[in-house]
Design a protein around this ligand. Sequence first.
Ligand SMILES: [Zn+2]
Length: 299
Amino acid sequence: MLGDGVYALTAEGDPNVGAVEGEDFLVAFEARATPLMARRWLDRLREHTGKPVRYLVLSHYHAVRTLGAAAFGATAVIAHERTRALIAERGQADWESEAGRMPRLFQGAETIPGLTWPTVTFSDRMTLELGGDRGCVELRHCGRGHTAGDIVAWLPRSRVLFAGDLVEARAALYTGDAYHREWSTGTLDAVAAIGAEVLVGGRGAVARGDGVREAVEQTRGFLGTLLSEVDGVRTGGGSLREAFVAAHAALEPRYGRWPIFEHCLPFDVQRAWDELAGIEHPRVWTAARDREVWAELQG
Ligand SMILES: [Zn+2]
């Protein structure tokens, strides 16, 4: 419990989830990868409150955060409009890719009824009133970052921010679908400007006080180092493999011991390379392309 009626479940390296109590309903943030995994989270939540989930908010389209949605029985599933478009374009490929990359998170995969479709979307901001004197949840798009359509959930009353994968606290970053330059500048500036006192990132522990700024700067540092290393090798005429080696060497001392570092870095380097080569819209990851890049860089 993070405050009066504010809950988060964090697990080292696994996607974090959260919930906020309204007067007679709940707002849930993130759905986990399968209904079975989601029910385990809901069972924990039910130790504190029996209110029904009215709104399920999805920070972005990735399968490990969306495919458990059926377990919530939510009246509305809310996401950014680009998240809906990305699910239509690449949701199926992403499902297969992520299930192959992280089978541990897909326990009860047979309980997934299909892709999760947001029923309410927005482009900039949306406010959910919680009723009584509970204040509101502000959903905001801070710019492109981890994906084209990330949103954060801000609770002005308790000054808690659910940041999705835009910020990781003592966990490495997955940037395979990212916009590194925009994320590391304007988007993180906008996240920092919110002024959160408690931050629940996409993975890792809850950050508090000075730890909030540290988590934002740790995220910015990872992106900046990755970009500059890949750019240095590219402009020097080097190969993707050489860019991976350089990025690994530069990031490993600070980030190498944190969850998912080795696991994500090949995909991160490939996307940074593509972005610097002028590929604006991230290429779709498929299970086959995952294996190719992994064999080339980490094999
Ligand atoms: Zn993600």
